[in-house]
Design a protein around this ligand. Structure first.
Ligand code: HSE
Length: 435
């Protein structure tokens, strides 16, 4: 039986992991693909990869792989969006299928790349781009194909989740935990991508496009990071029965879609609230299946390689079946993709956690409560702490019922303008996640 010939570009953590998994599990992988998968060409700019390449052809110029007539599938694992895009487009123009783990590339340029792939009759697969080893792309594209997806919510950045877990469990400071995440190799090359929510936004937009059959709209994702969270907020949330997680949320809302990444209070009994450390998890609600949860390693050499190899097996099967039988890049026939409007954040409704510092004197709480009532916002729970020795101000924590961000913005502005309130009000959305 002829083998399917693979070229791998990039031999860092994931590239080496992919090479190793293909070698070690060649028997089961070949049986599943109905053909052996053979790496015939590697493009790598570095020496000393964490794998034994044996006699495999190695080129310093990664574009040699994209031009190699023997290569049928090019695996892009170099990261970034400039050279990676040129490489992928060159491979497509040379009629090679592409597998990539590059979430930024797909989120920002996927529409153009998929169109080029269609034009040249090849496929682009990107399971490893979202949530590492968790087969969430396949679940949305195929496992849940019989459902209308109503919403999904995920912890899709391992570094951010590691930081929040350590802050909560060990009371550690943000900067200290981030430095450890970098040393452990979880963080992006630029860790602001992790802590400012950009990495999660890349992943969310991919999930939303698959879930709702819409083009990738990275620029429309509302993105808020975790850098403003304090250990106090983590403690108060706990007192109210919640955990703080950094979530990506995509939700059908009337004719539009909410696309948002931000810190979120989650009731402590929910499974998502108990996803800790660098683990990822995605909760998907389909109209037929109800809530489903996908959990596992969101990063790391072999978990990510597991997803890359799954795509290679799929493509090897597609090559045998012929182009007409290929699964479309976004899982939906191209002519069925609809451009859905993204709901403005001012109209997005959630309950809210608000923390303010108030003068401890009669009437202050009453005035704050009146402002909420004027905006039609109902208070669900309230904590007021006793003032510290010699202090005239107290922390006031308010949990609201569901309210639009527009109403909450107005209430917050009015409360912040009171002379009995000091500084800005900290605010975090709440997701109840009841499926
Ligand atoms: N920096 C990413 C994370 C790696 O922490 O989740 C996987 O995409």
């Amino acid at each position: 039986m002829d083998s399917v010939k693979i070229g791998i570009c990039g031999l860092g953590t994931v590239g080496s992991g992919t090479f190793n998994v293909l070698q070690r599990n060649a028997d089961v992988i070949g049986a599943r693909a109905r053909t052996p998968l053979q790496v015939v060409h590697v493009g790598a700019r570095r020496d000393n990869p964490a794998c034994d390449l044996g006699p495999t052809r190695v080129s310093r110029d990664i574009f040699d792989v994209a031009r190699d007539p023997e290569v049928q599938i090019l695996v892009e694992l170099i990261g970034g969006t400039t050279v990676a895009r040129e490489l992928v487009e060159e491979a497509i123009r040379n009629h090679k299928h592409v597998v990539t783990a590059n979430k930024a590339l797909i989120a920002e340029f996927g529409n153009e790349i998929f169109a080029l792939a269609r034009e040249h009759g090849v496929a682009v697969r990107y399971e490893a781009a979202v949530a590492g080893g968790i087969p969430i792309i396949k679940a949305l594209r195929e496992g849940l194909a019989g459902n209308r997806i109503e919403w999904l919510a995920g912890i899709i950045n391992g570094t951010g989740n590691f930081i929040l877990t350590e802050m909560r469990d060990k009371g550690r400071e943000f900067a200290d935990v981030l430095a450890e995440a970098q040393a452990l190799g979880y963080a992006e090359a630029d860790p602001t991508f992790d802590v400012e929510g950009i990495d999660a936004a890349h992943k969310l937009v991919i999930l939303a496009s698959l879930a709702f059959g819409m083009p990738l709209q990275f620029a429309s994702v509302y993105t808020e990071g975790i850098t403003q969270l304090t250990p106090q907020d983590v403690d108060y949330a706990e007192e109210l029965g919640y955990r703080i997680k950094h979530l990506g949320v995509a939700k059908q809302n009337g004719e539009g879609v909410e696309l948002r990444v931000h810190p979120t209070l989650i009731p402590e009994q929910r499974l998502l609230a108990n996803v800790n450390g660098v683990k990822n998890a995605v909760l998907v609600e389909g109209d037929a299946v109800g809530p489903t949860l996908y959990y596992g390693a969101g990063a790391g050499a072999e978990p990510t390689a597991s997803a890359v190899v799954a795509d290679l097996v799929d493509l090897a099967r597609d090559i045998s079946a012929g182009q007409a039988n290929q699964v479309p890049c976004l899982g939906v026939a191209e002519e069925q993709i609809r451009d859905l409007p993204v709901v403005p954040m001012s109209e997005v409704k959630t309950p809210w956690y608000l923390r303010m510092v108030a003068e401890d004197r009669p009437g202050v709480l009453g005035r704050v409560a009146t402002i909420f009532s004027e905006q039609g916002i109902s208070i669900e729970a309230l904590i007021q702490k006793a003032p510290a020795e010699g202090e005239t101000r107290v922390p006031l924590i308010v949990l609201t019922n569901t309210a639009s961000q527009g109403r909450v913005d107005a209430a917050v502005a009015a409360i912040e303008s009171l002379d009995t309130i000091t500084g800005e009000i900290a605010r975090i959305r709440v997701e109840v996640l009841d499926g």
